[in-house]
Design a protein around this ligand. Sequence first.
Ligand SMILES: [Zn+2]
Length: 375
Amino acid sequence: MNELLSHLERKLPESLRLLEQMVTMESPSFEKRMVDEFVSFLGERFHEIGGQVDFINAERFGNHLRVRFAGPDKGRILLLGHTDTVWPAGEIQKRPFRIDGNRAYGPGVFDMKAGIVLMWMALSALQELRPGLARSVTVLLTSDEEVGSNSSRGLIESEAGQSSAVLVLEPSLPGGVLKTARKGVGRFTLKAIGRAAHAGIDPSKGINAIEEISRQIIRLQGMSGPGGTTVTVGVVQGGTRSNVVPAEAGIEVDVRVESMEEADRITKAIRSLTPELAGARLEVRGSISRPPMERTAETARLFKAAQDIAAEIGIDLKEGSTGGASDGNLTAALGIPTLDGLGPIGDGAHAVDEHVEIDSLPLRAGLLAGMIERL
Ligand SMILES: [Zn+2]
């Protein structure tokens, strides 16, 4: 392990230059041309270190990237990540990549371009130091994770199904803590339909859709609580003019659950909401689209193995959970042991102070390489 770590330390300046190039090439989820360019750049970098590169066409979003590294297929590992960022094109002009002491800043650096650099560091170090990988490794980088993974879900599930463990290089929790549980996420929309009427002449002929939706908001907000479930009404719309009884109003609702049991319970509860005002109608749409990543016995075993490898390089590895979802939710739901949050130490995902701690890069890459060799 020491040989591996000192190799990774020596390669740190080169790795940081790669990180700078990657952050400077912007890749907003909805800018297909920019993401495609970034993805073909990454394809070249992985090809240079011995990977067999495939681009999987996506129509609306950037192409997905799959890289296979040869080795015995038994115990194949899937390294999972995404190339898209939440930042709009041009953000890099406002906040160019910069290094300040032990921190590297820039849009998308923590979520999750430095995580991709860790994959590159670990695989290139293993290829240079050892004659062959202990098992085959697939790197899968999708391009629509930040916007729901609709175009990549099938690909993620099929690659996970051919692997015995999934390692997700998303940002870690504060201090480098891994994520062994994530909440599942659902989005629902409710529309109340009433009847328009003149607010001065005929108010009694109207059915106020805003009042109806307000009553539903109170009910929904009251559903948070049991088993860590949260229900958040995040958007409300309705009405046309102040002197018209509104005929329509709608809301968008975010739902987070820790277990499939809660997912079923809350989905049923929301779908069976009924209008309170006489004559009003209610349209309910939506579902839990990302299942919860539950901490199974197999996940716990995988984490313990990671912890032992980490201890050898002086990392006291801990685990935690989060309300945020990732593609790890999809692989865990298939029953494939999944460890998430293996990315670098840092802070500020989706925020302007987003950064990674530079000295964590060789250590986290060492941990990843150790896991590829010995899990
Ligand atoms: Zn991410």
